[in-house]
Design a protein around this ligand. Structure first.
Ligand code: BEZ
Length: 213
């Protein structure tokens, strides 16, 4: 498998997880998906990350996104560690964690970056659309826990821009104005965006988020 890039088909796999055996595509069904790796069980940053992810489960569900975590530790380790996460992060881990001891999935998704660590996965994130194409990839180092609110923000942008000819500006949040795609003429923009738009420059046109009442 070569390096994965945006727009590539997310590779399918079978895996052992803390919630039983899964086939990735069957698990995703027609939903969006977020697949995220972390370096190791029983480590401090990972413990906080999985606790944070669990607290956002409802928000991911609202957006029709299935969650799936991964580390190269084994099943028994995952199951015991989940008890610690639940206890210390005051939550219930409510999504599967892949036990990727043979590194099959980590290799498939290029989650081991040998110059950072030659055995453990880095903090990779893949967001996958219902057609199974990869829409977002980010990579954080082991030393930096991810921001799950940011991942939800990106999903809001991806889901909005999948259906409307807009893009979202820097630091955009759900409900704020968006920019009109450069490929849309002003004439078409008048029809597509009945709430109107503001032309700051011919290439910078702002309009209210189109899918809000
Ligand atoms: C952590 O999750 O705390 C961690 C994992 C691997 C290396 C450094 C930190």
């Amino acid at each position: 498998m070569g390096t994965l890039r945006l727009g590539d088909k997310a590779p399918n796999f079978d895996a052992e997880t803390s919630e039983g055996k899964i086939n990735f595509y069957d698990y995703l069904g027609d939903s969006w998906g977020i697949l995220f790796s972390h370096p190791a069980d029983y480590t401090p940053v990972c413990t906080t990350e999985l606790g944070a992810a669990a607290k956002y489960k409802d928000e991911f569900e609202k957006r029709n996104v299935k969650m799936l975590a991964l580390s190269v530790d084994g099943l028994e380790s995952h199951k015991d560690w989940i008890k610690d996460i639940n206890e210390t992060q005051n939550t219930t881990v409510n999504f599967p964690i892949i036990a990727d001891e043979d590194k099959k999935v980590s290799d498939l998704y290029d989650m081991i970056h040998p110059k950072a660590d030659d055995t453990l996965t880095v903090r990779s994130v893949f967001i996958i659309a219902p057609d199974k194409t990869i829409k977002l990839m980010i990579t954080y180092p082991a030393s930096t826990g991810r921001n799950f609110a940011e991942l939800l923000r990106v999903i809001d942008s991806l889901q909005l821009t999948a259906y409307h000819k807009v893009a979202t500006p820097a630091n955009w949040k759900e409900g704020e104005d968006v920019v009109i795609s450069p490929s849309v003429s002003n004439e078409d923009a008048k029809k597509l965006f009945p709430k109107g738009f503001k032309e700051v420059k011919p290439y910078l046109r702002l309009t209210p988020q189109p899918n809000l009442k």
